[in-house]
Design a protein around this ligand. Structure first.
Ligand code: SAM
Length: 243
């Protein structure tokens, strides 16, 4: 008698306390936040507490090739610290004019360099330079704001120099980048030091190590080391986490 009474109560309890099951196609809550009150150098869109910067337009291309960059950003030391093998497939994400791409091309003679950018004008400049230098192992790739557009499991090392802070969809970009990495693939992020007041760069163009780690670990990358050989920038190395 008592058991039957409890059975009768089940539909009543179900109506009073429905189990909330998300529909299969539910859109996950946005990882981005928009604020009206923000830094004029940023786009007013925030990711994990950081404001995203405006994309540097192609009309500023000559600034990327400025002579002072050699002393400021030490490209040869950067490339030495990538520890590349001649057969590696490297991806330069947000490659711009190819400042790093064309320095890496001869280092990976039997491999290749994917030079990814979203601005067709930047890709055209790189295509022109590729012809001039006969850099046949450079592959220019038109990416989108959310996708690196690289083949799955094809990249040994992906790197970003002064670019990640302006990705307007950093979560989606990094998720697609992780898919493009080989199982032992590495990611290196080079950004101006956010913790260092002596680095005279606009706030939204700098990043702290803590922020970089928070954002890249959120897509499943594993922090390996932070190297301090650059005058103004961090050199932060991540590995693809084993699954
Ligand atoms: C400041 S430039 C740096 C270029 C280059 N890495 C260098 O160090 O000379 C940043 C570049 O990132 C590109 N960029 C911005 N958002 C991007 C995205 N979601 N995917 C690929 N490239 C992007 C821009 O078009 C621009 O060419």
């Amino acid at each position: 008698m008592m058991t039957k009474f409890w059975l009768l109560l089940i539909p009543v309890l179900w109506l009073a306390f429905p189990v909330k099951v998300a529909p299969q196609n539910a859109t996950p809550a946005s990882v981005y936040e928009h604020r009206a009150d923000h830094d004029p150098n940023g786009i007013g869109k925030f990711y994990m507490g950081r404001e995203i910067a405006h994309v540097m337009g192609h009309t500023g291309a000559s600034w990327l090739e400025r002579a002072e960059r050699i002393a400021e950003e030490k490209p040869d030391d950067v490339i030495k610290n990538f520890k590349l093998r001649p057969t590696d497939a490297v991806a330069d994400i947000g490659a711009g004019t190819g400042y790093f791409t064309f320095r890496i091309s001869p280092v990976v003679k039997q491999g290749k360099v994917f030079a990814v950018d979203i601005q067709p004008e930047m890709l055209a400049m790189m295509e022109q330079r590729k012809k001039e230098l006969k850099a046949d192992n450079v592959v220019t790739v038109q990416g989108t704001e959310q996708d690196v557009k690289l083949p799955e499991a094809s990249v040994d090392l992906a790197f970003m120099v002064d670019a990640y802070h302006e990705f307007s969809y950093p979560r989606e970009m990094m998720q697609s980048l992780v898919k493009s990495l080989k199982p032992e693939g590495r990611v290196v992020l080079i950004e101006y030091r956010g913790e260092d007041a002596a680095v005279q760069i606009k706030r939204v163009h700098k990043m702290t190590v803590a922020q970089v780690r928070k954002e890249l670990e959120a897509v499943g990358l594993k922090w390996k080391e932070t190297k301090n050989f650059l005058p103004y920038q961090h050199f932060i190395v991540f590995e693809k986490a084993k699954v």
